[in-house]
Design a binder for this molecule. Structure first.
Ligand code: UTP
Length: 295
């Protein structure tokens, strides 16, 4: 079944990047000349996704404005031939895909945010692009890599990366079994959230992208219904249940990942994207070379 729908949860509080994220959502923080969330929407569109639901909340109206037409700005740029490129770049934000918005009315975690998209998803499989995880592969977008695997194996796919041993306690740790003939894809049978040393199963953690069957929504709804109102229900519990039933694969994607939810991630994203940028790349490289001499 072709996957045409994606959800981007972007309703978190972004406490790790305060005060920057006080009035600007962290998903709107800049990477050189585009907000982080635009990289996600471009990745989804380049992967064949047609309909994208962004989960927002109060104070995230900037995201909606960014993907809408700005008639005054467009009319101004359109009248100036020297600004033709800028005009195109502004206009295309509104034309990348069909983008819908819904609010998560209480900030009750990632699983709760995704469930806000239940009626949008209906009976279709879908991709989740975590709103603050920018993953760059311009030749073969990570969402496309994962959709192809979903279509081949018809099992849920979690995108994973190896994290340093001293940091694994901040992430989750996956129990993995080899699949003959595959070197970056495993069966995933267990996920330990924020593991203690004795709970570390591997150094692979889920980072940024997952592809799920429609019934994952039912699993989230059931999990939330069973969880006391003052506790968070974790998406990893759904993954664990899928894994135990033999319905989950883990894929070490091919792409450069930047966590826009923390300061180092934001700086790495800006630095590396600037070095590759057609307009400023060379100048920025020269600047950095000079700068390192002063350390
Ligand atoms: P994070 O856990 O990184 O987001 O969620 P956060 O809660 O904003 O982070 P901190 O810890 O306070 O800094 C990953 C993605 O899920 C979204 C976030 O916006 C982010 O893009 N999210 C998280 C929601 O949409 N709703 C939530 O209730 C929580």
């Amino acid at each position: 079944m072709k996957i045409k729908k994606a959800i981007i949860p972007a309703a978190g509080l972004g406490t790790r990047v305060l005060p920057a994220s006080k009035s600007v959502p962290k998903e709107m923080l800049n990477i050189v000349d585009k907000p982080a969330i635009q990289y996600l929407v471009e990745e989804a569109a380049a992967s064949g996704i047609e309909d994208i639901l962004v989960i927002t909340n109060r104070g995230k109206g900037l995201i909606e404005d960014h993907f809408d037409h700005s008639f005054e700005l467009e009319a101004n740029l359109a009248g100036n031939p020297s600004k033709a490129k800028l005009y195109e770049s502004v206009k295309e934000c509104a034309d990348l895909a069909n983008i819908y918005f819904i609010r998560q009315k209480e900030t009750k975690g990632l699983a709760h945010a995704i469930l806000a998209g239940r009626s949008f998803i209906g009976d279709d499989p879908f991709v989740v692009l975590y709103g603050d995880d920018v993953i760059i592969n311009n030749e073969n977008p990570v969402t496309k890599q994962m959709i192809e695997l979903y279509e081949k194996y018809e099992k849920g796919i979690v995108g994973v990366e190896a994290v340093p041993e001293e940091l694994i306690h901040l992430y989750c740790s996956l129990g993995l079994t080899d699949i003959p003939g595959e070197d970056k894809l495993w069966k995933c049978w267990q996920i330990n959230e924020k593991p203690k040393p004795e709970e570390v199963l591997s150094l692979y953690a889920i980072l940024g992208r997952v592809v799920l069957p429609a019934n994952a929504m039912d699993m989230i709804a059931e999990g939330i219904a069973k969880t006391p109102a003052d506790k968070e229900f974790y998406l990893t519990d759904v993954f664990t249940d899928m894994g135990k039933a033999g319905n989950l694969l883990a894929y070490a994607y091919d792409g450069r990942h930047y966590d826009m939810g923390n300061k180092m991630g934001i700086m790495k994203a800006n630095c590396e994207v600037a070095l590759d940028h057609p307009e400023i790349g060379e100048d920025f490289k020269a600047y950095l070379k000079e700068l390192v001499k002063t350390f």
